[in-house]
Design a protein around this ligand. Structure first.
Ligand SMILES: [Mg+2]
Length: 379
């Protein structure tokens, strides 16, 4: 079934899977002494830092992700801080994603611990998305020892909301004929895509729940919220045609150029390579992805063409990152000694750039500090 058919089909079967308190749960899995305790994965509270994730025990104290670690300590002095281990989380994430592929190839990861699956057509030939969601949750638990929550519905918007409703270790289904009445009583702040600012703006217009939002015409919503207005108009009616887009469908992004004149001028070549890297940065941004393999293509004046590739340990997305790797690859070519006719750069092994988000969040973190308890913690 092709993508177009999916868009037109009102009875798609979408599952949104979300691992429960993922980073914190992995820490509790690997270190049994942390189980049942308020665990915070994140920055050292003695320095600046934020909560990357926290266990359900920590959430009971009002702690949530992206909160400053110092505030988390005030809310819960006995919380146990632990530095993030992204490699380990990625390892488990890969395992979970491979379980998804036992069911469908239409998988769209949103981050390390979350993905949409389109199971309208699935490898088990099981017509019940609810049953499939249960099987998936079971397989995740047997393979990893971790729980996941699932939301099942006929579009992405509703499936994502549903997965949040019975967390942790829950399953929630929103059927097509229940959607509108369900959205009626849902606070607009819970709508995915309605952030804090929009929520406030809606409150000023008297919009607190789905039923309030539905009173507004499309024209009015466009007026107040710009392009998003059309999205709000549709979703509050349970309409969302966005397809589940597998990142695997995009194999590579490349950019190349034939020079006006063959050259061996290293400065000129360097400038062209930076220009190509910038074009790639923009293409990656547009496609919302990043890549780990960089390939440099060089065609010499005599039409001999060579390529040099390297695969990095973490994905690149900026021109600077691409350029610095290309500079390394350049050393293994005859650039500077032989005249060049064409240059090209390709980024492949693409993935959703959201996967990089947790890494970015973690950048300011102290790498080396011990797991420490906050009993007796002094500022
Ligand atoms: Mg999660």
């Amino acid at each position: 079934m092709d993508a177009a058919t999916h868009v037109m089909n009102p009875l798609r079967k979408i599952i949104h899977i979300d691992m429960d308190a993922f980073f914190a749960s992995v820490e509790q899995l690997d270190n049994p002494s942390l189980r049942g305790k308020p665990v915070i994965v994140g920055g050292n509270p003695l320095k600046r830092g934020v909560v990357a994730a926290c266990s359900y025990e920590a959430r009971q104290f009002g702690i949530h992700s992206a909160m400053p670690s110092s505030k988390a300590v005030r809310l819960c002095p006995q919380a146990i801080f632990t530095p993030p281990r992204i490699k380990r989380y990625k390892e488990i994430s890969d395992e979970v994603m491979s379980i998804f592929s036992q069911f469908t190839e239409m998988i769209e990861p949103l981050s390390l611990d979350e993905a949409y699956l389109d199971v309208t057509v699935n490898k088990l030939k099981n017509p019940s998305a609810t049953r499939l969601a249960e099987i998936i949750r079971g397989r995740i638990f047997s393979a990893t020892g971790l729980t996941a929550s699932a939301g099942v519905s006929y579009n992405k918007f509703l499936a994502k909301i549903a997965s949040d409703l019975d967390k942790p270790n829950g399953l929630h289904v929103i059927l097509p004929d229940e959607a509108v009445s369900f959205l009626d009583t849902l606070a607009v702040g819970k709508f995915h895509g309605v952030g804090k600012v929009t929520e406030k703006k809606m409150a000023n217009l008297g919009i607190r729940f789905g039923r309030d939002l539905r009173q507004f015409s499309k024209a009015d919503l466009l007026l107040h919220f710009g392009k998003s207005g059309a999205f709000f108009f549709d979703i509050v009616r349970g309409r969302d045609d966005r397809t589940v887009t597998s990142t695997r469908e995009r194999k590579s992004i490349g950019s190349e150029t034939t020079l006006d004149q063959d050259t061996s001028d290293t400065k000129e070549i360097s400038d062209i390579l930076y220009y190509l890297a910038e074009k790639l940065e923009q293409a990656l941004l547009r496609k919302e992805c990043c890549g780990t393999t960089i390939t440099l293509k060089v065609r010499y004046h005599d039409f001999i063409t060579i390529t040099r590739s390297s695969t990095l340990s973490s994905p690149v997305l900026t021109a600077q990152e691409i350029f610095s790797e290309v500079n390394r690859l350049k050393q293994t070519t005859e650039i500077g000694r032989k005249k060049i006719r064409l240059l090209g750069i390709t980024v492949s092994k693409l993935s959703d750039r959201n996967l990089r988000k947790p890494v970015q969040l973690l950048l300011p973190f102290e790498k080396k500090y011990r797991v420490f308890e906050h009993q007796g913690f002094q500022k």
